[in-house]
Every structure is written in structure tokens, then in C-alpha cells.
Design a protein around this ligand. Structure first.
Ligand SMILES: Cc1cc2nc3c(=O)[nH]c(=O)nc-3n(C[C@H](O)[C@H](O)[C@H](O)COP(=O)(O)OP(=O)(O)OC[C@H]3O[C@@H](n4cnc5c(N)ncnc54)[C@H](O)[C@@H]3O)c2cc1C
Ligand code: FES
Ligand code: FES
Length: 518
């Protein structure tokens, strides 16, 4: 591995802003992104906020094994691994995740190890995953193959002997037009499970040491000028530093996992400068479980949260696994899904149903609001310039409560919801005492069905009650017709999901769902 020796960064306390305070003082600022690309050390000074990893790989470094299919995170042809340091024991202090290079922005790569398909075969010998794909005919035209190999590699690192279900889940975000998938799954089942057969395992200690050596604790602040205008990329050194940066540039675009922001660039050609990158901030990545509930740092990815979710909110396990594909779940954050205020984001309905709150921070000030009140109108959240989402708190549901979440999409995997719903009902002696039903895709914001809830509370939890309550949906929602679904379809689905929730809670025959179909 050719990793150059380091030069020192600018050190000492650097005051920032017009009236420097303790929290506007960072220990160092540097004007370059540092990371490892396969076995090469990268130090880039001319990084712009809209630069994608895929363009860097293909256009700058001529690493063309990584393909461009959709440029919007959907097809997985551009899948590479990004390794980040972790305090967890094992795996050599590194965790590697599959990401879509087409929407992964260069500003987010500081102090990471990017691994592309070119790094797998050594001395002409295929990596065990590549060998299995060849032997089992997992590739035809080959366009999708590097992406599949990288997703399978990420799975293999996590679980060398995965179940067929785990294989299918790992490949949710990879599309193939040729093979019909069976040979790829066969190849995945046939991979040599011995970690010793992986050349990257031998490199881990050196990679970790090299990343540690690159880390000077500095804020990255890169300003560039070109014919397309001025640009600024900031990578704060800590959450306090993020607060200070946002006080200085409150109109900056916060970039967490870039699974939304990446598309603003590749599909809408939007200028996101100045951009402040947050995905690396350890203080925003905590998950704390208490007797009262679970605190989720805004920077926690869907994937990172999955194991806690499985343990604490098992009714959301399957729902959560249908958000995006693995690459999107590895990149996208819970805070980003809430902050973007999308009426069809999947996390708000179940979190609102559970009574979640969101904490916003500006400078040293914090305020906490019920999640349902955070969404004011289409594209308008209760977030002032300089605020950032710090954490989401999800209260533990009362023992015996009925909870569920469902999402209805045009295709099962990696699709945005036409309608999503979260349900929470508490009973006392068979009578409904509390009902929180929250829907996405039914209004300009994620929203509770308060008229329906009112028709349930105080009534026995029976099919008659649910049927009477269904009539109130039209008071709560006047959904839009768009290419995902018609207004009639959305209202029908909303009613049916409530009925499904009721039937599943009582074990009555699911065939009764059809009674309200139009
Ligand atoms: C292929 C694909 C499939 C997808 N599938 C789904 C799906 O099934 N369900 C679903 O709900 N979504 C889906 N999405 C959308 C996306 O994954 C989510 O909205 C994601 O949670 C956004 O999080 P992020 O960290 O990537 O945010 P980013 O893209 O980085 O940011 C999103 C917005 O939130 C703001 N923001 C981010 N963090 C903060 C913060 N801490 N404080 C304040 N503002 C902040 C940003 O400024 C921006 O406005 C999909 C996206 C893609 C590309
Ligand atoms: S090119 Fe399709 S996911 Fe990146
Ligand atoms: S082998 Fe052709 S797209 Fe998969």
C-alpha cells in the first residue's frame, strides 16, 4: 500500500465568525479532503459541493469498473464500499458499507476508505465473490456485475454464510436486466466463506493506521471559484463546530446521507453551496435506549438503527427493511428523512403514531417539538435558518398497546410509498382509550387522521367501530392524484390499512379487507 507520510495541518485555536466564542473556536482548519481510495492516499483541495464520488472515480481516476446506470441511487451499478472507523471491537476497527457512488458526494468522504471493484482481484486471481459469479454464470452483459459484487462483498464481510433472505435483502438495491437473478443468488450461496481468502482482511490494520494518521481533528473548509461561481464545502470537526458553522452560514445546505441532496444535483442541477457535511459526526450518531424510549441521533443511518429497531420496536422491522435498498439504508439518515419534510417519507408516519419528538439545535440553544407539529405545510418545516435536527426521541409504547406500520408501493422493494401508515391504539377492557393513526402520501405533510381517531376513541375495538370510523377518512384527507396513485386509490388504501391493522390485531380473517375495496 502506497500511503504517503502526512504533513501537519494548521493548528491552534482559529476564531470563526464576527464575535468568536468558545463554541466558535476549532482547533484546526484545513483546506483539503483526505481519504484513501483503494491503496492510494487522496488529498483534494479543489472539491466542490456538487462533486460526486462516481465522477471522481470514472472521470478523474479512470476507474471505470464502477458503472453509471441511473445516477439517482436506484440501480446499484455504481455500488462501491466506503469504510469508516469504528470504536467497536473486531473487524480491525473498520466498518465497510455499500453506497451508491452516483449520489455520494466527495465532501462526505473525509477520513474514509473507498474500495472499488478494481481493488478486489490481486495478481490476476479473482476475489472469491468474483470467482463465484463467474462459476455460477452470475453475469451476462456485465453492466450490473461490479455493483452486485460490491453489494455481495459488503454482505460477506458482515455474514460469510448468509441466508437466502439476507442475500435478497442485500441485493434489493441492485438491478440486473439479463440474468433473472437466480444465477446471482446461486453465486452468492457458493462464495468461499473463509475470511482468509479475502486480501482486504490482511490490509485492515494498515488502513486503520493510515486513517488515524490522516485525522488531525480539523474542520475542513474548502472555497473554490470557477466559471460556474463560488463554492464552499465545510466538514465540521464536531457537533459543536457544526452549530458554530451554521450560525456563521445559516443558509448552508446540510448534507447528511445525500440520498435526497444527491438527486438535487444529478437530476435537478441545483447549486447546494455552501454545503455542510454531517454524516461523520459521532455526536449525531448515538442510539440510546432507556426505560422511557429510544433517542436516535439525527445522523444515525437506517441500517445502523435496524438492530435497535428490531429489539425495541419489532412491529417496524419489516417496514424499515423496505426503505430504499441496502445502499440507501446505509447512507440515508433518520434525521434527513425527518428534516426533508417529504409528505411521502417513510419514517414520520410510524414515529408520529408512537408520539415521537424532534430536538432542534441552534448554537447552544435546543428546543423539542412533537414530530407531528414539525411539519407545517408542504416544503415548510418548523426549522429556522441555523437550526439543525439533533435527535429524535421515540417513547416506548405502553405494554399491551397495538402498534403496526404498513407501506403500499408500486413494486415491493426500493420504491417510494403511495401511502404509508403508522398505527398506535391503546385499549382498556376492550375499549379504545388512545388512537394515533398517522399517514404519509395522503396530504401535503405526514398527518394524523384525527377525525378517524375521534371515531375510535371511547368505542369498543370491533369491526363495526372500525367500519364506522372509516367513513371519516374523507374529513381528514383530500389526497392528490399523481403518477403514483389516484386520490380514490389513496383513500381506499388508507381505509384498508386501518382495517388490516384491526384484523391483524384480533386475528380475524384478512379476507374481510376486500369489503371496502372500490
Ligand atoms: C433510491 C432511493 C430510494 C429511496 N427510498 C426511500 C424509501 O423507501 N422511503 C423513504 O422514506 N425515503 C426513501 N428515499 C429518500 C431518502 O432515503 C430519505 O429521505 C433519507 O432519509 C434522507 O436522509 P439523508 O441522510 O440521505 O438526507 P440528505 O439527502 O443528506 O438531506 C435531506 C434533507 O434533510 C436536510 N438535513 C439532513 N440532515 C439534517 C439535520 N441533521 N438537520 C437539519 N436538516 C438536515 C438536508 O439539508 C436536506 O434538506 C430514497 C432515496 C433514494 C435515492
Ligand atoms: S448509477 Fe444507478 S444507483 Fe448509481
Ligand atoms: S448482466 Fe446484464 S444487466 Fe446484469
Amino acid at each position: 500500500m502506497a500511503i504517503d507520510s502526512l504533513q501537519g495541518g494548521q493548528t491552534g485555536c482559529v476564531p470563526v465568525g464576527a464575535a468568536p466564542r468558545r463554541d466558535t473556536c476549532v482547533t484546526a482548519i484545513r483546506d483539503e479532503i483526505r481519504f484513501l481510495l483503494n491503496d492510494r492516499e487522496e488529498r483534494l483541495k479543489a472539491v466542490r459541493s456538487s462533486d460526486t464520488l462516481l465522477d471522481h472515480l470514472r472521470l478523474t481516476r479512470r476507474l471505470r469498473g464502477t458503472k453509471e446506470g441511473c445516477a439517482e441511487g436506484d440501480c446499484g451499478a455504481c455500488t462501491v464500499l466506503v469504510g469508516r472507523r469504528t470504536a467497536a471491537e473486531g473487524d480491525g476497527g473498520l466498518v465497510y458499507e455499500p453506497v451508491n457512488a452516483c449520489i455520494r458526494l466527495m465532501g462526505s468522504l473525509d477520513l474514509t476508505h473507498v474500495v472499488t471493484i478494481e481493488h478486489l482481484a490481486r495478481d490476476g486471481i479473482l476475489h472469491p465473490i468474483q470467482a463465484a459469479m463467474v462459476d455460477l454464470h452470475g453475469s451476462q452483459c456485465g453492466f450490473c456485475t461490479p455493483g452486485f459484487v460490491m453489494s455481495l462483498y459488503a454482505l460477506w464481510m458482515r455474514d460469510p454464510t448468509p441466508s437466502e433472505g439476507a442475500i435478497e435483502e442485500a441485493l434489493q438495491g441492485n438491478l440486473c436486466r439479463c440474468t433473472g437473478y437466480r444465477p446471482i443468488v446461486d453465486a452468492a450461496n457458493a462464495i468461499d466463506a473463509t475470511p482468509a481468502s479475502d486480501p482486504l482482511v490482511a490490509e485492515r490494520a494498515r488502513v486503520r493506521a493510515a486513517l488515524d494518521a490522516l485525522d488531525d481533528g480539523a474542520r475542513v473548509d474548502i472555497r473554490t471559484t470557477s466559471e460556474t461561481g463560488d463554492d464552499r464545502v465545510v466538514v465540521p470537526a464536531s457537533a459543536d463546530d457544526l452549530a458554530a458553522v451554521l450560525e456563521e452560514i445559516p443558509a448552508a445546505t446540510i448534507v447528511a446521507g445525500s440520498t435526497d441532496v444527491g438527486l438535487w444535483i444529478t437530476k435537478f442541477m441545483r447549486d447546494i453551496s455552501p454545503a455542510v457535511f454531517t454524516a461523520h459526526l459521532a455526536e449525531l450518531q448515538g442510539v440510546t435506549v432507556t426505560a422511557e424510549g429510544v433517542r436516535i441521533g439525527a445522523g444515525v443511518s437506517y441500517d445502523t438503527f435496524q438492530s435497535t429497531l428490531d429489539a425495541e420496536f419489532p412491529h417496524l422491522s419489516a417496514y424499515w427493511r423496505r426503505i430504499g435498498g441496502w445502499q440507501v439504508r446505509a447512507m440515508g439518515t433518520v434525521g434527513g428523512n425527518v428534516a426533508n419534510g417529504s409528505p411521502i417519507g417513510d419514517t414520520p408516519p410510524p414515529l408520529i403514531a408512537l408520539g415521537a419528538t424532534v430536538t432542534l439545535r441552534r448554537g447552544g440553544e435546543r428546543r423539542t417539538v412533537p414530530l407531528e407539529e414539525f411539519f407545517i405545510a408542504y416544503g415548510k418545516q418548523d426549522r429556522q435558518p441555523g437550526d439543525f435536527v439533533e435527535e429524535i426521541f421515540v417513547p416506548r409504547p405502553k405494554a399491551g398497546s397495538l402498534d403496526a406500520a404498513h407501506k403500499v408501493t408500486k413494486r415491493r422493494d426500493e420504491d417510494i410509498s403511495a401511502v404509508a401508515a403508522g398505527f398506535h391504539v391503546e385499549l382498556d377492557g376492550g375499549t379504545v382509550t388512545t388512537a394515533r393513526l398517522a399517514y404519509g402520501g395522503m396530504a401535503a405533510t405526514p398527518k394524523r387522521a384525527k377525525a378517524v381517531e375521534a371515531a375510535l376513541v371511547g368505542q369498543p375495538w370491533t369491526l363495526d367501530t372500525v367500519t364506522r370510523a372509516e367513513a371519516r377518512f374523507a374529513e381528514d384527507f383530500q389526497p392528490l392524484t399523481d403518477w403514483r396513485a389516484s386520490a380514490d386509490y389513496r383513500l381506499t388504501v388508507a381505509r384498508n390499512l386501518l382495517r388490516r391493522f384491526y384484523l391483524e390485531s384480533t386475528g380475524e380473517p384478512a379476507s374481510l379487507i376486500r369489503e371496502v375495496a372500490v
